[in-house]
Design a protein around this ligand. Structure first.
Ligand SMILES: Cc1cc2nc3c(=O)[nH]c(=O)nc-3n(C[C@H](O)[C@H](O)[C@H](O)COP(=O)(O)OP(=O)(O)OC[C@H]3O[C@@H](n4cnc5c(N)ncnc54)[C@H](O)[C@@H]3O)c2cc1C
Length: 368
């Protein structure tokens, strides 16, 4: 992968506020590209939304874009999905860890009138995109995933949509940045004064997830959108493919099966509701009956950072010293390598992907 070559420039000092998947990926790319990096986190690194997520790397789902979603989000998702194989190879080689990356395919299935409609809409949107997909007969779905109910009425196989174990991913990123000679450390500190950091570092990068708004000057911050999930043990006869059915997903990892997720605007509490968790389990068991009898391993809640157009803000906030990369909403795992590439190129003055121009914070300036 040609990206990770050391720069010959002198080493700028960069403070990163927030050590989720976005802050950690940026730290790793920046340090590999020659910068000196220091990370801060108010809590345990990597335990925010990045830990709570389901780890789907699913650009195809952004093709069926709802009204108001950023028109270039799909292009961003596709560009980032393309970086994943090299991103994983480099990270695993650097740390000696595995992150459970599977490049695809995933299945989108329907089993009632609502999900039939959504599948038709997704297929129509995918026809307009460059993303490969195939329409499967119900009998073909059974051959791919025998654990699914015979009530499946339609399915699309999405070659572009894979998955990763997001918890293994953040642990590997933490290991990679801790190993890097150019990373001073990940310090346990809540940052509230960006100006104080500006005095000590050449650049400050804000990657504080849904809490980034407190640190942004003159730009609207992300809105929190809570999500609850549960996991069940993985068994031999259970699923290996990620299944989406409407807004429900079943995302298998090697050691567990994740089922999610609720979408709760404004919810920042990590509390879960037994009713919501039971309803998710029940809906998943309707699609995959073997899941009904399995004991729950864990249930949890996380907070997605959402901008009004569901796309991230990436760019400079002032005259060139404070940068932001946040608002990745439901695609922060997928978008992490492309975000890190853009941020590193912007801060280090390298040629930047033209895509980033469409995601700058200017579109959410307060008072404009
Ligand atoms: C239920 C759910 C399911 C999801 N599923 C997927 C999925 O399948 N695929 C996908 O691509 N994405 C998914 N996402 C979205 C993805 O998890 C997020 O977009 C991504 O994790 C955001 O990463 P982040 O680094 O910006 O935020 P976080 O991971 O939340 O990290 C932010 C960090 O900043 C720290 N922080 C905050 N304020 C301060 C401060 N003032 N000073 C210092 N540190 C601070 C926090 O402690 C935290 O560690 C999901 C999210 C949720 C909640």
């Amino acid at each position: 992968m040609t990206r990770f070559t050391s720069s010959s420039r002198s080493s700028p000092r960069i403070a990163i506020v927030g050590s989720g998947v976005i802050g950690l990926s940026c730290a790793w790319f920046l340090s590999r590209d020659g910068a000196s990096v220091t990370l801060f986190d108010a809590a345990e690194p990597g335990r925010g939304a990045s830990w709570a997520a389901a780890g789907m790397i699913a650009p195809a789902f952004e093709a069926a874009m709802a009204k108001g979603v950023h028109p270039d989000l799909l292009e961003f998702c596709i560009a980032s999905a393309e970086l994943w194989p090299d991103f994983v190879t480099e990270l695993e080689a650097s740390t000696g860890r595995t992150v459970g990356y599977v490049p695809g395919p995933s299945l989108a299935v329907s089993c009632d009138a609502d999900s039939d409609l959504e599948l038709t809409w997704l297929a129509a949107a995918l026809r307009q995109s460059d993303l490969p997909f195939s329409t499967l007969l119900p009998s073909e779905v059974g051959a791919i995933e025998p654990a699914l109910t015979s009530e499946i009425s339609g399915a699309l196989q999405l070659a572009s949509d894979g998955h990763v174990d997001n918890r293994l991913l953040v642990e590997a990123l933490i290991a990679a940045v801790r190993k890097s000679e150019r990373v001073e450390g990940i310090f346990s500190k809540r940052i509230s004064d960006i100006d104080a950091l500006k005095r000590d570092y050449d650049y400050v990068l804000i990657t504080a997830g849904w809490q980034s708004g407190d640190l942004l000057n003159g730009v609207k911050g992300p809105l929190p959108v809570g999500g609850q999930l549960l996991s069940l043990p993985q068994t031999e006869q259970c699923l290996t493919t990620t299944i989406r059915c409407g807004d429900l997903y079943i995302a298998p990892k090697t050691d567990r099966i994740i089922i999610g997720a609720s979408v709760e605007p404004g919810k920042v509490s990590r509390e879960t509701s037994s009713e919501i968790i039971a309803a998710l389990h029940d809906r998943a068991a309707h699609i995959c009956p073997d899941l009904r009898g399995l004991p729950m391993l864990e249930n949890w809640a996380g907070v997605r950072p959402a901008m009004p157009d569901h796309a991230p803000v990436i760019g400079c906030l002032d005259q060139g010293t404070v940068f932001v990369a946040t608002g990745h909403y439901r695609n922060g795992i997928l978008l992490s390598p492309k975000t890190a590439e853009m941020v590193s190129d912007m801060i280090l003055g390298n040629k930047v992907s033209t895509l980033v121009q469409n995601f700058t914070p200017d579109r959410f300036k307060i008072g404009v």
